[in-house]
Design a protein around this ligand. Structure first.
Ligand SMILES: [Zn+2]
Ligand SMILES: [Zn+2]
Ligand SMILES: [Zn+2]
Length: 258
């Protein structure tokens, strides 16, 4: 049987046997704590280096660099954009004829709400390094006008491929801030420019293509995720915010000259 020396108080006994000393407690890392190197980069304000550091730590931490939650997050954002753009079409009287607009708006509102929850669950499941990088990058409300994402829109024949400037000036209400970004198949301006309706089967095929684009593995996936989540592109050490509304890249200029 355990005997406590008479001179020892219960408090002293408890602290000496079960609880580490206060200093030891503070030195034990808990989930979400930043390593010293990260804190230093934050203090220096070197955003590109900070995001790269977080990217590398995320790659080391993640089992097989499993990008599951960020992939679903990006796919969900595409769905949210689609709804926001369809709502705009209906409100501006540009929607395809047929159907009841009020009823359609009501069902889109429910869908948007459900997808917002899905987005939040995915965001909450990001690894700590990835989450901190994501939060920092998305602090900039114009993150989606990063040069690389504009190029993506051009490649997908969105409004950035024309002179209309819809992606820059699309009027997304504060309640639809999760739906900001480039054109989807529901962009009214793109629909008008195409001059034809994309069939349900083709829409599904394009959606599948987008999903495989964000789920990978491929170089395209890596680039798309890197810039959408982290604001990073492989050919630049610039602060990601300086690449927003930046002049066209070499690739783009070359394409225009062809
Ligand atoms: Zn468009
Ligand atoms: Zn447009
Ligand atoms: Zn665009």
């Amino acid at each position: 049987m355990l005997t406590i020396p008479r001179a020892t108080t219960i408090e002293h006994y408890m602290s000496s046997t079960r609880n580490p000393a206060p200093n030891d407690v503070m030195s034990q890392p808990i989930g979400g704590e930043k390593p010293g190197a990260e804190v230093q980069l934050e203090k220096k304000g070197e955003i590109n280096a900070l995001q790269r550091y977080r990217y590398q730590k995320w790659q080391q931490n993640t089992i097989d660099s499993d990008p599951k939650f960020s992939c679903i997050l990006l796919d969900t954002e595409e769905d949210l954009r689609e709804i926001a753009q369809e709502e705009l079409s209906i409100k501006n009287g540009c929607a395809a004829p047929g159907g009841n607009p009020t009823e359609r708006l009501r069902s889109l509102n429910i869908k948007f709400w459900l997808l917002s929850l899905k987005w939040w669950y995915c965001r909450s499941n990001l690894d700590d390094f990835e989450l901190r990088a994501f939060k920092l990058w998305r602090l900039n409300p114009r993150w989606y006008m990063h040069r690389a994402l504009v190029e993506e829109c051009i490649g997908r024949q969105g409004c950035c491929a024309r002179a209309c400037g819809c992606c820059q000036k699309r009027e997304i209400s504060p309640g639809r801030s999760l739906g900001v970004g480039h054109c989807t198949l529901k962009c009214a301006c793109c629909q008008k420019s195409r001059g034809f309706e994309v069939s349900t089967m083709d829409k599904k095929q394009l959606k599948d293509q987008f999903q495989s684009c964000v789920k990978g593995p491929s170089h395209r996936v890596t680039r798309y995720r890197q810039v959408s989540i982290w604001g990073l592109v492989g050919d630049s050490e610039e602060d990601p915010s300086n690449m927003i509304d930046a002049p066209p890249s070499y690739d783009q200029v070359k394409k225009c000259k062809c």
